[in-house]
Design a protein around this ligand. Structure first.
Ligand SMILES: CC(=O)[C@@H](O)[C@H](O)COP(=O)(O)O
Ligand SMILES: NCC(=O)COP(=O)(O)O
Length: 249
């Protein structure tokens, strides 16, 4: 059954608006867990624009749910991950001026460096994932550096979905979905786990959740946005319902 990793970065975005103490990401993680989340994702960015070091420490100490730490492949972040020991660490690209993650990690262009990072994390028992575009050379490079999980960047699919008036049947949306499907088949053929995420929401999630062999979706901004109106528990439960429904179709 497909799993849902809830990214709670933007709970911390609200808190950082006042540099205060609420809303508390730990509370959000517990509520997400009670709503049916299978894991929690946080992106500890180099610029600490939302999630803070104390957040990841408190999440590890105070919650009992699978933790996926998104991080740049820097010595600083590897050191934090090796101390924190999340169940999974996902290597993502970071740009200081980006509003959110803009593209996948260029694994093919930095294999030697990333192979070393993956080995250091694996030595600590941490499963490593890479956030990549739906491109076969990136999948092949991920397999070569020894990662166990690939998360396919669903941003282009989500963008096409909205630019074509939320029409899941439009040729450009179907073309993006097919790229994800093909990348997913290559990921599974290489013996890696096929995950996906970025800009998925209640309107565009089901075609991705229905893809053959998809294991986990990482969704954050849309769930936190819905939680403002209905609460985190119900926002997560609704997303899980949509994902399960898609897999049964
Ligand atoms: C990799 C990905 O798509 C997100 O998890 C990413 O962390 C979004 O970055 P922000 O949470 O800073 O928007
Ligand atoms: N890796 C994707 C993720 O964790 C959530 O991304 P988004 O749903 O906040 O765009």
């Amino acid at each position: 059954m497909i799993e849902l990793g809830v990214n709670i970065d933007h709970v911390a975005t609200v808190r950082e608006a006042r540099k205060g103490h609420e809303p508390d990401p730990v509370w959000a993680a517990v509520e997400a867990h009670l709503g049916g989340a299978d894991g929690i994702t946080v992106h500890l960015r180099e610029d600490r624009r939302h999630i803070q070091d104390r957040d990841v420490r408190r999440l590890r100490e105070l919650t009992h749910i699978k933790l996926n730490l998104e991080m740049a492949a820097t010595d600083e972040m590897v050191g934090i991950a090796c101390q924190l020991k999340p169940e999974m660490a996902m290597l993502v690209p970071e740009g200081r001026h980006e509003i959110t993650t803009e593209g996948g990690l260029d694994v093919a262009g930095q294999e030697a460096r990333l192979r070393e990072v993956v080995a250091r994390l694996a030595h600590e028992g941490i499963v490593t994932s890479v956030f990549i575009d739906a491109e076969l050379p990136q999948v092949e490079a991920a397999a070569r550096i020894g990662v166990r999980v690939c998360e396919i960047h669903t941003g282009p699919y989500a963008h096409a979905f909205y630019s074509r008036g939320r029409d899941a049947e439009s040729p450009s949306v179907l073309a993006e979905l097919d790229k994800i499907r093909i990348a997913g088949a290559a990921i599974r053929a290489a013996g890696m786990r096929f995950n996906a995420g970025h800009a998925l929401n209640y309107f565009n999630v089901q075609p991705v959740a229905a893809l053959p062999g998809i294991r986990e979706l990482h969704i954050g901004h849309a769930i936190v946005s819905r939680a403002i109106f209905v609460g985190m528990r119900d926002a997560v439960a609704e997303m899980k319902r949509l994902m399960r429904e898609a897999q049964c179709q």
